[in-house]
Design a protein around this ligand. Structure first.
Ligand code: F0G
Length: 377
């Protein structure tokens, strides 16, 4: 038997850890890459679409990949407290990994505009929750300042260990597909995750060009990577923003960002320069999605494929479907969309956009069977 113990153990040789580093892990990573069946059938174009379901990480988002690295290193360096600004998912991950490590977490979140599930997580894990009368960008400015003169480690994605952890999603995708996809689509807020994926793909391309034949430590020779047969290709990186929070589309910072996809309600991205470089080097692009397009894609994915992601995550699929229909993503392509967070994070948005409400009936056999017969196709 081989127990999975998280991505640091899995990719130890490619991450900044030492042999004797005490790893803070909740078993993150190894998320499913699900091939879409029903949605592609309704497209004119022959395209393979996969979703990387990062919502199945321990706290329900991709942030766990970065947080296991950031907290592991913070603890190794003797830190007793961490701090972050967050639209919700980073704070949930920070709170959970701090609890696991036995250190303190301070999370700075916008007053309102944070999904209930995320707030519940930070509270349950015992973080000190500081709600500011401002948005994420205000919080980011404040925590950077605080971390510069207080003994707390900043664990936002400006912490370099975060991106190191997050790059492992690209490793997993290559191992499963046997190569990199042609297009990788992600929702973009601070643009840390799109940058992290590019780092991961670039490292793998460099490795494969060295004709690596050693079996990886985890699978002991069972993954496609083990044969050394990997093609050194890298995908075009495509980043989608919500229209009301789309600084990469405007070509400038946005001072009053707004969107139903609260996770990416960000007007001053922290990885601005790196993300433009990723676009350039990968031959990719940025685009924007309207809120109703995002919600429609979230619903489509849930209804047609059985996969429930949060609104921000659905921007990757919404944008990809539009670009497949227009031919910008050509027929014959293999496309991966990252679903960054779990749909359960934001039940309020899900319920309020559902047209069909529960059918209310008495607790009697007649009523229940009638309700079923009424709705049989
Ligand atoms: N999707 C979700 C669900 C997110 O929570 C975030 C960022 C992103 C996409 C964007 O990723 O910033 O690397 O471009 N959430 C941060 C937070 C800001 O505080 O949880 P990015």
């Amino acid at each position: 038997g081989h127990r999975y113990t998280g991505l640091i153990d899995r990719y130890r040789d490619r991450l900044p850890v030492h042999d004797d580093t005490r790893v803070i892990s909740l078993g993150e990573g190894a998320t499913p890459l699900i091939r879409l069946n029903n949605i592609p059938r309704e497209l004119d174009s022959e395209v393979e679409i996969y979703v990387k379901y990062e919502g199945l990480n321990p706290t329900g988002s991709f942030k766990d990949r970065g947080m296991t690295m950031a907290v592991t290193r913070a603890v190794e360096e003797g830190s007793r407290a961490i701090v972050c600004a967050s639209t919700g998912n980073t704070s949930a991950a920070a709170a959970a990994y701090a609890a696991r490590a036995g250190i303190t977490a301070f999370v700075v979140i916008p007053d309102g505009k944070i999904a209930m599930g995320k707030l519940a997580q930070a509270m349950m894990h015992g973080a000190t929750v500081i709600q500011i009368a401002g948005n994420f960008d205000d919080g980011m400015r404040l925590v950077k300042e605080v971390a510069s003169n207080t003994p707390v480690t900043l664990v936002n994605s400006v912490n370099p260990y975060r991106l190191q952890g997050q790059k492992t999603a690209a490793f997993e995708i290559i191992e499963e597909l046997g190569r990199a996809p042609d297009y990788h689509c992600l929702p973009v807020g601070n643009a840390g995750n799109i940058t992290a994926h590019w780092i991961g793909y670039s490292e793998m391309a460099a490795r494969s060009s060295e004709d690596v034949t050693d079996a990886c430590a985890y699978c002991q020779g069972h993954c496609k990577y083990a044969g050394g047969g990997m093609v050194g290709n890298r995908p075009h990186m495509v980043g989608y923003q919500a229209s009301g929070s789309a600084p990469f589309m405007r070509g400038a910072m946005v001072d009053d960002p707004d969107t139903v996809a609260t996770a990416i309600r960000i007007g001053h991205p922290q990885s601005w320069d790196m993300a433009w470089k990723v676009r350039e080097e990968s031959g990719g692009w940025f685009d924007e999605c309207a809120d109703d397009e995002i919600l429609a894609a979230q619903k489509l994915l849930a209804e047609k494929e059985g996969v429930f992601c949060e609104p921000a995550s659905a921007a990757s699929l919404a944008g990809a479907l539009r670009d497949i229909r227009s031919g910008r993503i050509p027929a014959g392509s293999t496309v991966v969309c990252t679903l960054t967070g779990n749909g359960l994070k934001d039940p309020d948005t899900a319920i309020s956009q559902s047209v069909v409400q529960p059918t209310r009936v008495p607790a009697e056999l007649d009523a229940v069977s009638q309700a079923i017969r009424d709705n049989l196709a």
